[in-house]
Design a protein around this ligand. Structure first.
Ligand SMILES: *Cc1c(COP(=O)(O)O)cnc(C)c1O
Length: 428
């Protein structure tokens, strides 16, 4: 008898490309059939066959307060009852913009959109309009959504599928994208010298999440800020994952960098579809109707997404939230390292606050090349053993894992116990 998940996946494969609405959900990188989810509550998800999992994917980051947080559910219920969309101005959009501007001093004005992809595409358009230049610079292994200009040496899903570029991206457009290794100041200097005063924008995940978690080396972001400043290149911090995650004020607060533009998403929608781009007034005032750069959205600033986002941010402003996330995730990360050492499995754990990745390699991981040295077959075995034990880790070596405020010390202890079994199975 196939499980309900297996039966659903068989049907889904006939109806949807690969059976999914986003590639990584298909479990291609770890093998086996994906699990279909029926419900979530706090740190737990339950699948359609009734098995529960401690969730470290958390919808790829948005659910920092866990699944179906009672206060978020209440805020959403009230929003639903008063109308789900108006295509007109609503008060809470202004409130969410205010919360973002308060938390990100580099953001003087902000525009809400429906996804992170939309946010980065729009930010690039503004940067190109502001500078009158076409070229952009990005870093190997960084993912900024699936827009044409940015699907060049992108990380995670694309790396996992082994597609360095996607077919369908016009060569002429890809040629405008300059790619440089992350954490390599010399390569960065070379790129800025080679494309002297030609780069409209440099876009970066200031703490990378999409080749797995890779924090910036000391001085790297400062060097990027200095070079972009010097050449009049718009510096875009893509904080779709790190915003309100690594700190309330994102990586720019943590590393004290003042980018020209910032993109957000994930957490600011509290689990509903949302994105945002913002930055200096001189740039954002180029956006229609204030200026000539066109960008619009039927459902942008959607009342449900804004209600869930506002409530999530309110919870995150309560005292001690980030300290607790940090210490709990620290315990988990340290526990994984200790357990791996005990059974003699080479493991390197990278972490920034409540995001982390356990790379199956003895060497430090500081860029895409070093991330790619990780043993993906070992990761796949680790993942499948954890899944069996009721722990849901990202179904790819190159995706970050997350901890929420709903996770308890008990969840971490249970996870480490499951990890101990999984790692013992990998003993060389
Ligand atoms: C998730 C992500 C995106 C894309 O956001 P979507 O909502 O999936 O379109 C862009 N940039 C970064 C850094 C992300 O993590």
């Amino acid at each position: 008898m196939p499980t309900k998940s297996q039966a659903l996946f068989a049907k889904a494969r006939r109806l949807m490309p690969g059976g999914v609405n986003s590639p990584v959900r298909a479990f291609r990188a770890v093998g086996g059939d994906p699990v279909f989810m029926a419900s979530g509550k706090g740190a737990l998800m339950t699948d359609v066959d009734g098995k529960s999992y401690i969730d470290y994917v958390l919808s790829w980051g948005p659910l920092i307060v866990g699944h179906a947080h009672p206060e978020v559910v209440e805020a959403l219920t009230r929003a639903v009852e008063t109308g789900t969309s108006f295509g007109a101005c609503t008060p809470r959009e202004v409130e969410l913009a205010e919360r973002i501007v308060e938390a990100y001093p580099s953001v003087e004005r902000v525009r809400l959109v429906n996804s992170g992809t939309e946010a980065t595409l729009s930010a690039l358009r503004v940067a190109r309009a502001a500078t009158g230049r076409d070229k952009i610079l990005k870093f190997e292994g960084c993912y900024h959504g699936h827009g044409d200009s940015l699907l060049v040496k992108a990380g995670s899903g694309v790396a996992t599928l082994g597609l360095p570029d996607s077919p369908g991206v016009p060569r002429a457009l890809a040629e405008l994208t300059v790619t440089v290794p992350f954490n390599d100041p010399a390569a960065l200097e070379e790129a800025f010298a080679a494309h002297h005063h030609d780069l409209a924008a440099a876009i970066v995940e200031p703490v990378v999440g999409n080749m797995g978690c890779v924090p910036p080396c000391s001085g790297f972001l400062e060097k990027l800020r200095a070079l972009t400043q010097d050449q009049g290149t718009v510096l875009i911090f893509d904080e779709v994952m790190t915003g309100f995650r690594v700190a309330y004020g994102g990586a720019q607060q943590l590393y004290k960098i003042d980018p020209d533009m910032t993109t957000l998403g994930k957490i600011i929608g509290g689990g509903l579809p949302v994105g945002a781009y913002g930055g200096k007034a001189r740039l954002m005032d180029l956006v229609a109707p204030a200026g000539p750069v066109y960008q619009a959205g039927t459902l942008s600033g959607n009342p449900l997404a804004v209600a869930a986002g506002l409530k999530t941010l309110e919870i995150l402003r309560r005292p001690g939230i980030y300290q607790r996330l940090d210490s709990l995730t620290g315990k988990l990360a340290d526990g994984l390292v200790t357990e791996a050492a005990r059974v003699g499995v080479p493991l390197t754990v990278n972490r920034s606050g409540s995001m982390f990745t356990a790379f199956f390699t003895p060497d430090s991981v500081s860029d895409y090349a070093s991330a790619k040295k990780a043993d993906t077959a070992a990761y796949a075995l680790f993942f499948r053993s954890l899944l069996e034990s009721g722990v849901y880790f990202p179904p790819s070596q190159f995706e970050a894992a997350f901890v929420s405020t709903a996770h308890s010390e008990g969840d971490v202890a249970a996870t480490l116990q499951a990890a101990s079994i999984a790692l013992s199975g990998l003993r060389p």
